[in-house]
Design a protein around this ligand. Structure first.
Ligand SMILES: [Zn+2]
Ligand SMILES: [Zn+2]
Ligand SMILES: [Zn+2]
Length: 146
């Protein structure tokens, strides 16, 4: 289920300020992970300006509320499409077309916590990315039209 970012901000007691709204809009439009620098550039194209510190703070808040995520390998931020789905939100990245699929599975989290527990580690959250081919690129490779 897709949550409305603005409703979530309200519900969590955060004001919907202009910078927050602008960054939420940019993340919604971007079809790929975007860095704070790219967000600033996209805003500039619309004749708007936010400084880096502000953009970073907004991104931190959005990540904290699970409205966006940071993809470590891509060094960028992406809008969350899973809403409050249980389990840590993870990503599958197609190295051919760049498609990014978000998923979550709380069984996976429980398994990983168990494994960590066996060696005395207390897990707070998981970050994970899988690399490979999305279904259409995989089909393309099978069909031989690489
Ligand atoms: Zn998510
Ligand atoms: Zn692909
Ligand atoms: Zn987890």
């Amino acid at each position: 289920m897709i949550r409305n970012s603005i409703q979530v901000l309200h519900a969590q007691g955060y004001k919907v300020t202009r910078p927050r709204l602008q960054v939420v809009e940019i993340l919604g439009k971007a079809q790929k992970p975007v860095s704070p620098y790219e967000i600033q550039k996209m805003l500039k194209q619309q004749g708007r300006y936010l400084n880096h510190v502000t953009i970073y703070r907004v991104l931190e808040l959005l990540c904290h509320l699970n409205l966006a995520h940071k993809l470590p390998s891509e060094k960028g931020f992406i809008k969350c499409i899973l809403g409050n789905r249980e389990g840590c939100h993870r990503f599958m990245i197609c190295h051919k077309c760049g498609a990014i699929q978000e998923y979550a599975d709380d069984k996976l989290c429980r398994n990983e916590k168990e494994i960590a527990g066996e060696i005395g580690f207390h897990t707070q959250y998981h970050v994970s990315e899988s690399y490979g081919l999305c279904s259409s690129c995989y089909k393309g490779e099978l069909a031989g039209n690489v």
